[in-house]
Design a protein around this ligand. Structure first.
Ligand code: ADP
Ligand code: MG
Ligand code: ZN
Length: 714
């Protein structure tokens, strides 16, 4: 059977997500694969579906025992013979599973990595036909990753026992160092590499000022009604206090942190997964072990340490593809707390690195341009749209203010104090703070002392960060960066230029309906179906999402399918689920429809052939290709096509990554500059442009870095 048909029969889905089909084609043709996809990208399907097409067993290595069980439960609910072997099973249970596997009755077998060194398990493996080896969360093999598991080193042995069996490694970890380590350690040199976009279009991003944050939090949670949310806090104590406060307000909220007893941790997590607790208030210790697809809200109630961490934590929202929100409460005061911890780091290199990461996080919070663009650029991806339509900046109506006078005041204060101080000091001077240091230095007698009373501290920080991003002022130093005027800034003052800066207002509701049915599904029916889902899930001892995910219920609550045929077209309804749950759910829908005098609508069958049009080359890329073939310089292309250098560079990058036959050697940067850039990329440990640009400074433009990056791999 063709993969797309198996997708509907076994998993109930109509379309592949980006790259899934290509990855499946690759492994069923017997080749190794390395898969890099963001959380929620749909990695599991990339080994679960091939498993159904191959003769023997697909062996899946996965680090987390709880996850193994949930995944096996989900497979079984779809009628797929799957089992797991780990330390939670008794000897007789393991024996029985192994016997079933020998008889060929198991298609997908999950195992924990520590099993692999047991001689008994190795013997067992030799008695079955293994068709495919899948190593999930494969970054666990790397010491460079955030979640190193020594047991993962045993996997090399698997490769030795089954040298002929195709293997695939899957991860959501974006750093290059870890990526290379995985490929090397698992001998995946010949693997085909699949890297999908890290954009999560269904997630919206917002940063709210940490003022009245508790009230804002309550409002956000009220809007969510019964939907699941994670709130990340700074300390263990914070999580417990906030969870208790929320319970007082009537929310079902539980804490989670590494200091809780393991039993309490387990039950709190379990309650969250089973929709018995709506909210988990956690430290960042929470999240690795859960695949819950319907988390609608991830809140950071404190400032994360790095963009990587932030992106990973927010990534846990909306795995099922439905609109979900990521909200960060920001106040500059939080950075001071973080700086305190950074100061305790002994190694100088690590300390500097930590300051740099924190600084990027602050930069993100103070952005006045698209947040998604910034996040993706951080991971080296070029997000081409001007507005993402899903962040507070892109969604808020932009108003400009004339910032000429306030900018002049700020810049004069920097000059008058001798270009030796940081943001906070400059703001204090402008506000006329009675700060001891200011008085000692006699800065209270400067003409700029106390000349600002119409802008708050936060406003001034924002304006300064915009002056920084416009390169009128520059910042140097790690721990206490100081502000200076750039040559551009001096010119700006001298020529009395005007400047207009955007003014922003945060808006509360960011989620946008992603589909026609989204806006108009029947909430009451949805809630009714949800109750039934929970009831059935409890009877079967599985999490509710294993029965049906939210998308399935929302579609049911929109189309009200009552015939078997119509019901079977709902997303997530495969052959097995139709058989198991079809009748119950159609009856519930029927009753509701009758009582409310509603009629059934036809569920459309979606079957677009290839979903990721966004990745294709368009006419504009091909136009650039023509010019590259003529060996035209970038500057010439820019003037000829009337596009920016950045866009041309991005075109060339896309042409190369799409495998177009073009010779770009004539664009190679001069040897010395290239060596500098290369070293910086190596030091950054990734392929993201912004960290490298930060290291190298203004002497190197983003465009040059982007072009140079193309030659790193050659
Ligand atoms: P990852 O391991 O990459 O984080 P998962 O494999 O857990 O992601 O998948 C995330 C969610 O997406 C799951 O709920 C899964 O059922 C759903 N999913 C995967 N592939 C598809 C698809 N082709 N169509 C619809 N939903 C899908
Ligand atoms: Mg996964
Ligand atoms: Zn945006």
């Amino acid at each position: 059977m063709k993969p797309v048909l198996l997708l509907k029969t076994h998993f109930g889905f109509d379309q592949f997500r980006p790259l899934q089909e290509e990855i499946i084609d690759c492994v069923i043709s017997g080749k190794d694969a390395f898969v890099l996809m963001p959380t929620g990208g749909g990695k599991s399907l990339c080994f679960q579906l091939p498993a159904l097409m191959m003769p023997g067993v697909t062996l899946v290595i996965s680090p987390l025992i709880a996850l193994m069980k949930d995944q096996v439960d989900a497979l079984k609910a779809n009628g797929i013979p799957a089992e797991f072997i780990n330390s939670t099973l008794t000897r007789p249970e393991i024996d029985q599973i192994q016997a079933e596997a020998r008889r060929g009755n198991i298609k997908i077998l999950y195992a924990a990595p520590e099993r692999l060194i047991l001689p008994e398990f190795q013997l067992f493996l030799k008695t079955i036909t293994v068709s495919l080896i899948a190593i999930d969360e494969s970054h666990c093999i790397s010491e460079w990753g955030h979640d190193f598991r020594p047991d993962y080193r045993n996997l090399i042995m698997l490769r030795n026992i089954f040298p002929e069996v195709p293997a695939m490694a899957l991860t959501a970890t974006a750093t290059k160092k870890v990526r290379e380590d995985i490929i090397c350690q698992l001998s995946l040199a010949k693997a085909k590499i699949f890297i999908s976009s890290f954009n999560r279009p269904n997630l919206s991003y917002a940063v709210l000022p940490k003022k009245n944050s508790y009230d804002q939090l309550i409002n956000l949670l009220r809007e969510q009604q019964h939907e699941s949310a994670i709130i990340y806090c700074f300390s263990r104590k914070d999580t417990e206090h906030l969870a208790a406060d929320l319970r007082q307000e009537g929310f079902k909220a539980l804490p989670y942190h590494a200091g809780l007893e393991s039993e309490a941790r387990r039950t709190n997590q379990e309650k969250f997964i089973r929709d018995e607790a709506q909210i988990i208030v956690a430290t960042i210790a929470f999240g690795m072990g859960i695949d819950k697809p319907d988390i609608r809200l991830v809140i950071h109630y404190h400032l994360p340490k790095s963009i990587e961490g932030y992106y990973q934590e927010t990534g846990r929202a909306g795995r099922d593809g439905l609109p979900s929100q990521c909200v960060l409460f920001y106040s500059y005061a939080d950075t001071i707390k973080q700086q305190y911890f950074i100061r305790q780091i002994e190694s100088e290199a690590e300390r500097k690195n930590a300051y740099r990461k924190l600084d990027q996080m602050v930069e993100y919070c103070e952005l006045t341009t698209c947040r998604r663009h910034y996040l993706l650029a951080y991971f080296g991806e070029d997000y081409q749209h001007e507005k993402c339509g899903g962040c507070d900046i892109c969604l808020s109506p932009k108003k400009e203010i004339d910032a000429t006078i306030i900018s002049q005041k700020i810049m004069s204060a920097i000059i008058r104090t001798g270009q030796r101080f940081g943001i906070n000091y400059i703001i204090d001077v402008l506000h006329g703070a009675k700060n001891k240091k200011i008085i000692e230095r006699d800065h209270h007698n400067l003409s700029v002392y106390g000349i600002v009373d119409d802008f708050s501290k936060e406003d001034l920080r924002r304006i300064i960060s915009q002056l920084l991003s416009r390169k009128l002022i520059v910042k140097s130093g790690d721990e206490y960066p100081i502000l200076e005027l750039s040559p551009r800034g001096n010119e700006f003052l001298k020529k009395r230029e005007e400047i207009h800066l955007p003014k922003f207002k945060s808006i509360a509701k960011l989620s946008q309906p992603s589909d026609e049915f989204e806006a108009g599904y029947d909430r009451e029916l949805f809630e009714t179906l949800r109750v039934w889902r929970k009831k059935i899930a409890d009877e079967q001892g599985v999490p509710p999402y294993v029965v049906f995910d939210d998308l399935a219920l929302r579609q049911m609550a929109f189309y009200l399918p009552q015939s078997e045929e119509n019901f079977s077209r709902i997303s997530g309804v495969g052959a097995e689920k139709l058989k198991q749950y079809g009748q119950i759910f159609t009856e519930v829908i029927q009753t509701y429809a009758k009582e409310n005098n509603l009629s059934e609508k036809d569920v459309p069958v979606k079957r677009s052939a290839r979903p990721h049009r966004a990745n294709r080359l368009g006419p504009t890329h091909l136009e650039t290709k023509k010019l590259v073939l003529q060996k035209m310089s970038i500057e010439k292309m820019v003037s000829l096509r009337g596009l920016s250098t950045g866009t041309i560079a991005a075109h060339i990058e896309k042409l190369v990554s799409s495998g177009e036959k073009i010779d770009i050697d004539y664009l190679r940067p001069p040897v010395e500059r290239f060596a500098t850039i290369k070293a910086a990329f190596q030091e950054s440990g990734g392929t993201a442009l912004s960290p490298v640009r930060e290291m190298l400074g203004e002497q190197f433009s983003y465009e040059e870095l982007r072009i140079a990056r193309l030659f790193l791999k050659l």
